[in-house]
Design a protein around this ligand. Sequence first.
Ligand code: ADP
Ligand code: ASP
Ligand code: MG
Length: 422
Amino acid sequence: MTLIVHKYGGTSMGSVERIRNVAKRVAKWARAGHQMVVVPSAMSGETNRLLGLAKELSPASHSAALARELDMIASTGEQVSVGLLAIALKAEGVESVSYTGWQVPIKTDSAYTKARIESIDDARVRADLAAGKVVVITGFQGIDAQGHVTTLGRGGSDTSAVAVAAAMKAAECLIYTDVDGVYTTDPRVVPEAKRLDVISFEEMLEMASLGSKVLQIRSVEFAGKYRVPLRVLSSFTPWDIPIEEEAKSGTLITFEEDEQMEQAVVSGIAFNRDEAKVSILGVPDKPGIAFNILGAVADANIEVDVIIQNLSKDGRTDFSFTVHRNDYARTVDLLKAKVLPALGTDRIEGDTRICKVSIVGIGMRSHVGIASKMFRALSEEGINIQMISTSEIKTSVVIDEKYMELAVRALHRAFDLDQAAA
Ligand code: ADP
Ligand code: ASP
Ligand code: MG
């Protein structure tokens, strides 16, 4: 008997009818003899609705002081989903039981709204599986050492599912969503995007970290660390298609790289509108400056992404970096209060209307000239590049947000992804 984990996203759980459909699909897998653990998200729009209520009561709902309560609120979306799915399964004649994160328990650290899973106790779940039940576990949440409910960050149900699959040594984790796999780029932005049959784990890791929200980055990290076989597929196929067909559909995240993969120089394009740029002008060009600025930011638990420092003129230079937009105001306040006075400048500028567009491909390791091809394609569209960051298998540029779609389409064309074989 193989143990399989299914994860269903918000759209897939979006209505009573869709939940019934999910139940029928899961029942099909259970009847075929698999032990099934199912991890659903909140119904689509529900997490936004819940967080919106909090915002109505306190516009400062992003503040750290309220984070615990936000998790208390947001976690309820998934609680409703597991209950409904367990009922729908019983209506299909399948024994089932639902659990929230704290009931399993899924233990996390205490970083509210972006907690990390530390351990999962599988005893209760195993006992239910052994008793022939389908176990339905909330995505997106856990409990910390003090017993507070935590959530794992937006899109975190992917991570719950992969972590459960890892803890239970499942044969496979299937991520059912509203597209039929991982595409060369977001098919909602570029209709010519092509579905990939396989994508290497490393490329998926980059795509997710660079903004492709089809999988939350931490779910991919978990899959890598514990070698969880992972597949992204559609929840909108007819529920009664043969299991063998369904099990081969979508996109497999593979840990093996072959020559063909390296030949496709660029496999995908990711983009991210969630960042903002902060520039400090006229800082002294001497040792310790980057540490002074970024050390203070890191101490406030704010993640920094792209960083550039300009050539110095007369012993002074400009220093720019990007942070998540939600952290932007906090970053600027903190720098003004704690860092700028010591640097002898008060010139700080910010831009929240930027985006980051990235090309990703393991073939970039063995090919030269890829970045320049990217820059040429952008220049041909008249798009100015504000910042650049590269690593072995990706090149990212920060540009004006208004050119994002144009840039993604131009790059998709320039790297022949419109023609990529499915
Ligand atoms: P779910 O609710 O199932 O978790 P998400 O909305 O979180 O679904 O993720 C699926 C969405 O990810 C798709 O609808 C698509 O718009 C978006 N997406 C972004 N990049 C990609 C990509 N490279 N391939 C497929 N989908 C992508
Ligand atoms: N419901 C949560 C969210 O909207 C988690 C998830 O869908 O993965 O972010
Ligand atoms: Mg998601």
